[in-house]
Design a binder for this molecule. Structure first.
Ligand code: 9Z3
Length: 313
């Protein structure tokens, strides 16, 4: 398995933002280690599997980044410094509350004088202002670092680099890997250089290669003391728990949690499958609660992280 991973990194191209992103991450970690903070590393959104080097077409998945972006705000609320590795243009923490068309409507209903507009954000105004207050604190204390990826190879290079940097934080780092990662991709050596031409053939047959499994290596070698939570997405309810449990195969004792969710109920229900407990923990959010399910998930996970830190080594 390790050799499959090595050959992946030696044959795929690193993303252009790799060096800068890792340098910024290193600084961010050093800064917050001095502040004695806990770290949360969130991955969010779907990776693409490009079909061409000069990419016009790619295989994508359903993830929009809601889970990751929402979770980032809740981890910040719990006092964590957050590294947010997300798909470019996916849903982002804080800005997700701002609908540009609604703001434009409010602006156009406002009164303009001296180059300023007085406008009313309506019933959502209060919520938006409290979000801005939280954002101000996050900015002031430099608590959120954003790094972006697009393709599966960008993601894996950044995942490896950031994990290795975070290993320095040992048990203080909490990994929350919510990104929807392509299971298959076209290796760089087999990619067409330019846009695939439709007139050259009557059918397009794609040959995809399985993506090497990096989580065992991450868990055992890259960040062996950091607490690891991975996600499992299924559409068949009879497979969900089985597949979630299987995710612990080949990972180290730091891989404690799999958050299992079914495609059609990701916002309403998740199951926390724990490596060290026989019972699963179901988290169900009712529409009436007025809460986001991530608030409930992160409360449980932050407690699991605190218990993990308190365990003797
Ligand atoms: C998830 O299961 C996430 O909860 C969702 C969130 C992708 C469903 P959105 O971004 O969706 O809010 O629209 N993520 C894990 C997906 C994944 O690829 N897991 C791998 C697998 O299931 C394991 S690493 O095999």
């Amino acid at each position: 398995m390790a050799s499959l991973v090595e050959s992946f990194f030696s044959s795929e191209t690193a993303p252009s933002n790799l060096d800068v992103s890792l340098a910024t991450t290193r600084e961010f970690i050093q800064f917050h280690l001095k502040e004695n903070r806990l770290f949360c590393f969130i991955t969010s959104g779907g990776t693409t599997a490009p079909l061409e080097k000069n990419t016009v077409r790619f295989v994508d998945n359903i993830s929009k980044g809601t889970r990751g972006a929402t979770s980032a705000e809740h981890f910040l609320n719990q006092g964590y410094a957050v590294i947010f590795l997300a798909r470019r243009m996916s849903i982002q923490p804080f800005t997700r509350h701002l609908q540009l068309d609604e703001i434009l409507d409010s602006l156009s209903d406002g009164t303009i004088h001296d180059n300023k507009v007085d406008f009313d954000l309506g019933p959502k105004g209060k919520k938006i202002f409290s979000m801005i207050e939280q954002y101000k604190k996050v900015k002031e204390h430099n608590l959120l670092l954003k790094v972006d990826f697009t393709s599966i190879s960008d993601y894996l290079f950044l995942l490896r680099g950031i994990s290795q940097l975070l290993s320095k934080c040992e048990k203080r780092a909490f990994f929350y890997l919510a990104a929807a990662v392509s299971d298959f991709f076209v290796p760089a050596a087999e990619l067409s250089e330019h846009k695939i031409q439709s007139r050259d053939s009557t059918q397009l047959t794609l040959k995809l290669t399985p993506t090497p499994k990096l989580i065992p290596l991450l868990s055992k070698e890259w960040a062996p003391l950091s607490l690891l939570t991975t996600f499992k997405l299924e559409t068949d309810p009879s497979l969900l728990i089985l597949k979630a449990k299987r995710a612990f195969t080949d990972t180290g004792p730091n891989h404690r949690v799999v958050v299992a969710n079914l495609l059609h109920e990701t916002r309403r229900k998740v199951v926390l499958v724990l490596s060290h407990e026989k019972q699963h923990r179901e988290i169900v959010n009712s529409l009436e609660s007025g809460k986001e399910i991530e608030e409930l998930i992160i409360k449980e996970l932050a407690q699991i992280h605190h218990d993990y830190i308190a365990e003797s080594n």
